[in-house]
Design a protein around this ligand. Sequence first.
Ligand SMILES: Cc1cc2nc3c(=O)[nH]c(=O)nc-3n(C[C@H](O)[C@H](O)[C@H](O)COP(=O)(O)OP(=O)(O)OC[C@H]3O[C@@H](n4cnc5c(N)ncnc54)[C@H](O)[C@@H]3O)c2cc1C
Length: 404
Amino acid sequence: MGTGEQLTPVAEPPAAGPEPAPGADFSLSEEQELLRREVRRFAEERIRPGVEERDREHRFPEAVVREMGEMGLLGVLVPEEYGGAGLDKLSYVLAVEELARVCPSTAVTMSVTNSVCCWPIAEFGSEEQKRRFLPELASGACIGGFGLTEPGSGSDAASMRSTARREGDWWVLDGEKAWITNAGFAGYYVVMAKTDPERDKRGVSAFVVPADAEGLEVGTPEDKLGLRASRTAPLVLNGCRVPADHLLGEEGQGFYIALATLDHSRLGIAAQAVGIHQRALELARDYARDRVQFGVPIARHQAIQFMIARMSTELAAARLLTRYAAWAADHGSGAPRLAAEAKLYASEAANRACYDALQIHGGNGFCEEYEIARLYRDVRVTTIYEGTSEIQRLVIARHLLRDD
Ligand SMILES: Cc1cc2nc3c(=O)[nH]c(=O)nc-3n(C[C@H](O)[C@H](O)[C@H](O)COP(=O)(O)OP(=O)(O)OC[C@H]3O[C@@H](n4cnc5c(N)ncnc54)[C@H](O)[C@@H]3O)c2cc1C
């Protein structure tokens, strides 16, 4: 899932872009704070036990995912009339952050279902599609997936090769989708394919593909560096038949749907990075207080203090930027640029934090017995998926430099 597009050169210096609106307030309401605490409790009590084992065994947390569905965490943004919790995006990022603090794998399973499967269906689906697909997804009866990336097209998603052709009452999809989170566990995938290859990105359409569609196969799961308790695998579309009314939005609107989906879903990855960063800081601080070298806890050495101070400062900046971007998405303009800025900053800051936190652990940090080793592996992908850092910079620059 990438999508960087070429910049249009401009003659005049650009405007600074959207600033916080007068009266902007993204402090937490009582309900939001309650949700944050409830998800933290759930993550500590229900997800933390067994988290290392599931990571070691690359085991998908099916029971935990079921419980998340019962709590309403798989349909956070889905309107209540379609069985969801009907909450705002700030609530959503709070929930993702708390899950990621304990298990980034579980957080991505949840965020993919919410933001790249439920969201485009809720936003672009017909009334009938919303009633058919959303209640199942929001209740956790099944989870969701998103198929944009292919073996030959990542950042340049418009160069996808998958096709869809109409045959009577069916669409028939052919091609291969790569790196699909929740593949094999999802009940529905939102999949992009070209209905008119001549028209490049304007020839892309989006489909809701049920897991049991004829001709849909799940390939061998990836053996990943991190996020090992989340499932990532290719989807093979081998004459895959979906009913005609599974077209999402209009024919030819699929690339726009993909971009709009990523514009908002990046908030979830920013929040995932913030949750990992928070935990890295906690682990570094605790270890630095306990570990004695040269007769004092290493927390007394200034070099260690400086690392912890930077982690804490960057965590505050990343969290505020992420919450502000979520608030902007709930309230008004500038949201896509802010989401890209939040994802870029939070993911890179979290990578720095995990690097330093592991350094503070010395040799122990290099050992899987210590939690920081898992976080160090898990955090790496946050600068890569849902658009790499390089693509976020292109997106940000495109918003700032465009000719309005
Ligand atoms: C664990 C995991 C889960 C994923 N889940 C999903 C999913 O559920 N659904 C889905 O569709 N995809 C998914 N992806 C795919 C992911 O979004 C892509 O990996 C990502 O968009 C990058 O594409 P790529 O890997 O092909 O890298 P490439 O696009 O080949 O990029 C390689 C390098 O070149 C750089 N680069 C490329 N173009 C430019 C440019 N114009 N300017 C500067 N630098 C550039 C990139 O930044 C990167 O550093 C997942 C990936 C991973 C690792």
